[in-house]
Write a protein that binds this ligand. Sequence first.
Ligand SMILES: [Zn+2]
Length: 497
Amino acid sequence: MSLSIATVPVWSFEDKNVLTMYHGTEPHPVEILPGTIPPYIKLDPFLMGLGIQPGRREEHRLVLDINQRDLTIDLNTHDAYYGRTKAPFSIQERDGALYVQTLHLVKVFSDLLGVQLIYDRPSRSLHVPKIEDVVATIRTHRRGERYQISVIYNQGLRAPKVEKIDRSLLLKIPRSPVIIDKTRMEPNEAITSMEVFTNLPDGSTEILFQMGPGVSSYTVDPFSPNNPRTLIDLRGDFTPESEIETGLPIEKQVGIQRIVIDPGHGGMDRGALGPTGLKEKDVVLDLAKRLKHQLDMLGTYAVKLTRDDDIFLSLKTRTAIANHYKADLFISIHVNAVKQYNAKGSETYYLSMDSDVDPDEFYHYHEFEGATGHEEEEEDPIGDDLTMMLWDMAQAKHLEDSFRLAKYIQEELNKLAGIRSRGVKQAPLKVLKGATMPAILFEAAFISNPLEEKKLKESLFKNQVAEAVARAIQNYDGDVKAKAQRGLLVPVEDPEP
Ligand SMILES: [Zn+2]
């Protein structure tokens, strides 16, 4: 299901005049016209790699058949024509073979195939995501005062477009056919019906959503090929949420519903740094977005990030966001850094109320109370000692649940790393202190370890971490529901391994 677009070639061709094409698993060599920058690559082996027939020449034109659509290349003007589009397509003929400028080729073939081609200059590789059937899963939900349509795609594709036509919203997906999963699509007061048109002449698929009379505006989230989905928010005059019968079974109500994910650091606070310069603040944001995506796919949780951009947030603001959102879980994501370059694996922490704990005992010292510069400067909105103490105690009554959650997460991360023994840890983490819900912090890997830093750059590893944590959350959620159903506590093991 997933794409291999981020694969880094582990070997390269000796010959500098060869580009490696990835389409599926087998690398496929394509000749480069010597001395060209950006490189001009030989057209026929590129087409062969995609399983496309060589084109037919008609005077100064070359016509190719791509997914039953014509691509006409004018060999004199160096333009490509497809549908109503005209795009630059620089081409050179050498010894009877045609060579095409790679960046032009990437643009035109991304449009025609409906997947994003990626040319990686340093490794001289061209990645063409495998073209499988696109499955679009459509869901409609109430989100507070608004309604949301989410369309989740099973693979990366060119950005779909949304436009308003009278009282309808038209979603145009630049692929055909698209398999539509609408089992989770339920008409409501904002979205009253839906129609699908696939295999349109321009190779696209259209979905027309009919809007109810209460809808007054809509917004569409920016599309990212790494997290392929279309999210449309509908606002307007709707029935107050309190008057809507949820219809959810009782056990749904007792489990986890809202989750806040906190990517550590951000803005001026870059966190730890890897040997090649990878910044903690960037990699944890990426991990947080992937985890949110995994959880969104389950369709049962409302998930919010404390930051979805490169901005600075104080530690208190982070828990305040979770408290305000009435989150059922707070998950802070970090990566570890230590002097021993070979330290590896993941670690999960929950709060220790014990002020005697020696922060030096813990690797990620910059997270701990008093150890970070900007925390000292931060104005404390709560002045007197009593409220300060209450703030400090907020997490106290959730410690047992926090431990249980940490344990589920560490278990999954251990499985991922192939480690059995590592247990959860306790530390005086300031970011968890004010949380009024079960709260944990996990360190996904050691960014200071060159091998782990490399893994942190790979989508595969980051997706595995996200999947592991999402699984752990589901396990924990199941545990909470079982506990509520039985009306008794699930036995907890001793925190000390
Ligand atoms: Zn950190």
